[in-house]
Design a protein around this ligand. Structure first.
Ligand code: ZN
Length: 172
């Protein structure tokens, strides 16, 4: 694996620190790096293209404008909901993520942006929308993906940075 370069179809193991508008929001723990399948759009495309061609031991620092990350913040993507329409409203806390179902049964994640006397303000923007992201880290390993990984479009590694839900059609 020493000189494998990152190209489509490689499984990449890396560590990183993510900052949003200069504030740290995530980092991989020692011994629990991120593993992803390159070229499968498992990570942000801007990050993926910046990692292309890198190899084990390389460091990276990638800055992505909102339009290359989670998009601009949309002021219209906010909704006021009457407290009487929310089951278990007393369990809501400012800043928590909640799952909201619309009348057609579609589920959305929202962020509790405000709690007033009568209403709760839900923000449906991605928590990182409108922010400039910087990923800084190092490449730990690069290997050829297995047939099964290519088939599934994600890495199946000894590392478990992400939990994937397999549909199961190709699993034993
Ligand atoms: Zn799978």
């Amino acid at each position: 694996m020493e000189t494998e370069k990152i190209t489509d179809g490689k499984v990449v193991t890396l560590s990183y620190v993510l900052t949003a508008d200069g504030e740290e929001v995530a980092r991989t723990e020692d011994g629990d790096p991120l593993e992803y399948l390159h070229g499968a759009e498992d990570i942000l495309p801007g990050l993926e293209s910046a990692l292309e061609g890198k190899t084990v031991g390389d460091k990276f620092a990638v800055t992505l404008a909102p339009e290359d990350a989670y998009g601009d913040y949309d002021e219209d993507d906010i909704e006021e909901v009457s407290k009487s329409d929310i089951p278990n409203v007393e369990e809501l806390e400012l800043g928590m993520m909640v799952e909201v179902e619309d009348e057609d049964g579609y589920q959305y994640m929202a962020y509790v942006a405000e709690i007033d006397d009568d209403v709760v303000v839900l923000d449906f923007n991605h928590p990182l929308a409108g922010k400039t992201l910087t990923y800084e880290g190092a490449i730990i390993a690069v290997r050829q993906a297995t047939e099964e990984e290519l088939d599934h479009g994600h890495a199946h590694g000894e590392w478990n940075g992400f939990e994937y839900e397999d549909e199961g059609e190709d699993e034993e």
